[in-house]
Design a protein around this ligand. Structure first.
Ligand code: FAD
Ligand code: NAI
Length: 467
């Protein structure tokens, strides 16, 4: 065999798996169809979206909150070309970091489309049709996902766009219609809302960010309406989208059966992502997919074919970069004969709006459905001195704990810097801390993190000090 492990796909799942394999002394190849490593996350996902979220937040603050801080600015303008250019530079630097890591770990990077010839033979087809074939003992499929397409929404990638095009627009939309009130819709809707676009969101379910605790969606709805004037059309299903010159017309029907027609200049389709296995030749290796087209894996991320594993967005579970990374490490260590473990219940989820939304563990709805007895404690940021100082008083922290044992079962936050704050909840829950444990730990004052301590105090015996 030429390689102990071949990883197909260089996203956060694939490149991390390759690094861990190399660290464990396995001879490793990484196959990526694009010349730019890093997958969706680095090129058209996590990193560029956060770059634009940060830039747009600066603009929003400069035009809306600076005055109250006593900072007077005149003639503020958005230079979208510069903003997108900075984002590209951030991506370029981050991707260069992955090139460096591959060299440092002596991983053979092969550029081209990877496919199975048989279960131990991989073919890489380069852009000019150049082919290379080699033998591998193990393969890790990490080919990720792509934006989901709906048959009644013809995406022209100019006006009817996915997140990929939304990261490269040449002008700020006057009226952006977002189809799907999930994570992408809220994040990229916020970017353009902050830069001055009117944003209308059409969501099929009765709330936005539906996978998260209902209280978070409710608060985010309130804040986005107040802060950016989001027009949220909930319980409304899109029935058709049509481009008319520089306009886009979205037709939809709400739960009362009323027909709506919304006209904008751009329409972002963010209704989820689909696993990407096209051109991989899974059938040649005999690898099975499940009913949703994902590579079918068992609890050890093994496919039905010995020596072939799959990780990240192309398999079941949350479509998150850090979930893909954990799985990459898990499989590398499994191949090396170790016995790793992932606690899927403790993979946090974050929405990078402002206020940020972050959560880990069970939601209140899940606990009720499970019939598990729990108690709940909340603390609003308006009662936090730190939040008042920075004028970030929207949101709260909610802690759910077992009624008998007081073990923390879920933490749900919306507020300033909760994307970073959620890490404390993950650590506490990994160590199976009780709400009282956290409530008795000193949290620096004044910090946003005191809100978690206070919510734990509230959950313990209704002992919050500042509400
Ligand atoms: P991917 O990152 O999709 O990488 C797969 C790679 O495989 C790609 O480079 C692809 O070109 C390559 N490939 C596919 N087929 C082949 C083949 N046959 N041969 C060779 N190469 C192939 N997640 C977060 O956790 N936090 C965030 O803030 C966040 N923000 C996001 C923002 C946006 C706009 C989007 C779209 C996604 C975001 N995500 C975020 C999700 C995150 O990007 C994905 O969960 C993550 O990238 C999945 O990693 P992966 O390694 O499974 O696949
Ligand atoms: P999503 O699954 O988060 O949201 C899709 C939304 O579209 C849902 O609310 C769904 O009810 C709605 N929907 C589906 N069909 C519809 C229709 N016909 N009409 C109206 N609404 C419809 O998917 P999204 O936002 O596309 O993101 C894809 C993935 O990318 C997510 O799974 C997410 O995990 C990941 N991601 C993660 C980020 C983060 O961690 N911060 C940021 C961006 C994406």
């Amino acid at each position: 065999m030429q390689y102990d492990v071949t990883v197909i796909g260089s996203g956060p799942g694939g490149y991390v798996a390759a690094i861990r394999c190399a660290q464990l002394g396995l001879k490793t190849a990484l196959v990526e169809k694009y010349t730019s490593l890093g997958g969706t996350c680095l090129n058209v996902g996590c990193i560029p979206s956060k770059a634009l979220l940060d830039s747009s937040e600066h603009f929003f603050n400069a035009s809306h909150t600076f005055q109250e801080h006593g900072i007077e600015l005149k003639d503020l303008q958005v230079n979208l070309g510069q903003m997108i250019g900075r984002k590209r530079e951030v991506v370029k630097q981050t991707v260069a970091g992955i090139d460096y890591l591959m060299k440092k770990n002596k991983i053979d990077v092969k550029t081209g489309m990877g496919s199975f010839v048989d279960k131990n033979t991989i073919k890489v087809t380069g852009s000019e049709g150049k082919e290379e074939t080699f033998q591998t003992k193990n393969t890790i499929i990490a080919t990720g996902s792509k934006p989901m397409a709906l048959p009644f929404i013809p995406q022209d990638k100019e006006r009817i766009i996915t997140s990929t095009e939304a990261l490269e627009l040449k002008e700020v939309p006057k009226h952006l219609i977002v189809i799907g009130g999930g994570v992408i819709g809220m994040e990229l809707g916020s970017v353009y809302g902050r830069l001055g676009a009117k944003v209308t969101v059409v969501e099929f379910l009765d709330r936005i960010i539906p996978g998260m605790d209902a209280a978070l969606g409710k608060e985010l709805q309130r804040v986005l309406k107040k802060q950016l004037g989001f027009d949220l059309k909930l319980s409304t299903k899109v029935t058709g989208v049509e481009r008319k010159g520089d306009e886009v017309v979205v037709r939809a029907e709400n739960k009362k059966g009323e027909q709506l027609e919304i006209t904008g200049d751009y329409c972002l389709v963010s209704v989820g992502r689909s696993p990407y296995t096209q051109g991989l030749g899974l059938e040649k290796a005999g690898v099975k997919v499940d009913e949703r087209g994902r590579v079918a894996v068992d609890d050890h991320l093994r496919t039905n074919v010995a020596g072939i594993y799959a990780i990240g967005d192309v398999v079941k579970g949350a479509m998150l970069a850090h979930k893909a990374e954990e799985e990459g490490i898990f499989v590398a260590e499994t191949i090396a004969g170790q016995k790793p473990h992932i606690n899927y219940n403790l993979i946090p989820g974050v929405v990078y709006t402002w206020p940020e939304v972050a959560a880990v563990g069970y939601t209140e709805e899940q606990l009720k459905e499970m019939g598990r007895e729990f108690k709940s404690g909340s603390f609003p940021f308006k009662a936090s001195g730190r939040a008042r100082a920075s004028m970030d008083t929207d949101g709260f922290v909610k802690v759910l704990a077992d009624k008998q044992t007081d073990e923390i079962l879920g933490v749900h936050m919306i507020g300033p810097r909760t994307a970073d704050m959620i890490a404390e909840a993950v650590v506490a829950m990994e160590f199976r801390a009780s709400a009282e444990d956290v409530s008795r730990m000193s949290h620096a004052h004044p910090t946003f993190t005191e809100a978690l301590k206070e919510a734990c105090l509230a959950a313990t015996e209704n002992r919050a000090l500042h509400i």
